[in-house]
Design a protein around this ligand. Structure first.
Ligand code: NAX
Length: 326
């Protein structure tokens, strides 16, 4: 048997993690040959609930799940891990502004960033807890020794939502939809871009024959899907978000399909006029050896304007947490 891959999951007693941990245990993220160790982090009041989750993991008798460690100490959670899935953060409460949420959650990611120094040299970090781009920025600044290409904030759920919507509108399978891009922030300013998408080998405009829908309803539906799920379910997306996190790990472990790309918020290298260092979503090609931002895509004025608006929001968020960026 191979050496186990060690995976830290924070917020491990929360609803998203409840949909995530069992998939990881079953082998969905790392494949049927790869043993896994789960290192689960929670805050002290949630440790009892976490014990319940651990009992259930045990009761699944997953052949690949070698060990489950429960802790409220970030340094212990991250010791030697190859992947850190940072899901835990405080939820937005009634009447709370996005800026309040950023200030509430920022300090969590300073502490966790520092503790990530205990991780394996090969660690990769996926921040899911919101506001995920700016939380990722804070953690990255607190762990300057971890190279830029290891940091991700999750826009895969937005990407999957866009792919699914295009497939349904065109009446094709999701596997026929390629090269969709989510640009910018994981927020309602994100820009789901159909311009380079291919649907069954055609451009999105040719396949869908409804440019007005592509430029209007498609965009708004992806941007507002999270809010719609909350409205309908009374809770935020959990199963689809967990599935997207698994997709992200799979893509960045095994690579994107030939000719296709994915979306992920990564450390900007200045591409597409996005200021260097911001954690912004781009089209990304991955292989088992690494990844790169897809370069050279032509953007029309409308696309450039929409990307700029989302990037400006990220800059505002960065200015709100300036004091937390070591
Ligand atoms: P829950 O409130 O169910 O769970 C969050 C868990 O985090 C709780 O168990 C809490 O005790 C724990 N926690 C809080 N502070 C912590 C800390 N300092 N260390 C470790 N654990 C801590 O929320 P859930 O529905 O699981 O969502 C988790 C996060 O994912 C939220 O921030 C949510 O906004 C975010 N999401 C991000 C998505 C994305 O696409 N990037 C989509 C889904 C989801 O909305």
């Amino acid at each position: 048997m191979a050496e186990p891959v060690k995976v830290a999951v924070t917020g491990a007693a929360g609803q998203l993690a409840y949909n995530l941990l069992f998939s990881i245990g079953a082998g969905d993220a790392f494949g049927p040959e790869q043993p896994v160790v789960l290192r689960l982090l929670e805050i002290p009041p949630a440790m009892k609930a976490l014990e319940g989750v651990a009992m259930e993991l045990e009761d699944c008798a997953f052949p690949l799940l070698e060990e489950v460690v429960l802790t409220d100490d970030p340094a212990e959670a991250f010791a030697g891990v190859h992947w850190a899935l940072l899901v835990g953060s405080k939820p937005r409460t009634k009447g709370m502004e996005r800026s309040d949420l950023i200030r509430e959650n920022g300090p969590i990611f300073v502490g966790q960033g520092k503790a990530l120094r205990k991780a394996s040299d090969a660690v990769r970090i996926l921040v899911v807890g919101n506001p995920c781009n700016t939380n990722c920025l804070i953690a990255r600044h607190s762990a300057p020794d971890i190279p830029d290409d290891r940091w991700f904030a999750m826009t895969r759920l937005d990407h999957n939502r866009a792919v699914s919507l295009l497939a349904r509108k065109a009446g094709v399978q999701v596997s026929d939809v390629e090269r969709v891009t989510i640009w910018g922030n994981h927020s309602s300013t994100q820009y789901p871009d159909h311009h380079h998408a291919r649907i069954g080998g055609l451009s999105a405009v040719e396949a869908i024959q409804d440019e007005e829908w592509l430029r209007g309803e498609f965009l708004r539906s992806v941007q507002q899907r999270g809010a719609q799920v909350i409205e309908a379910r009374g809770k935020s997306s959990a199963a689809s978000a967990a599935s997207a996190a698994i997709d992200h790990v799979k893509t960045f472990t095994r690579g994107t399909l030939p000719g296709d790309w994915t979306s992920a918020a990564v450390v900007s290298d200045g591409s597409y006029d996005t200021p260097e260092g911001l954690i912004s979503s781009f089209p990304v090609r991955a292989s088992p050896g690494g990844w790169e931002i897809v370069s050279g895509l032509e953007l029309n004025d409308e696309s450039r304007g929409k990307i700029r608006a989302s990037v400006e929001e990220l800059e505002t968020e960065r200015s709100l947490v300036k004091d937390l960026l070591a």
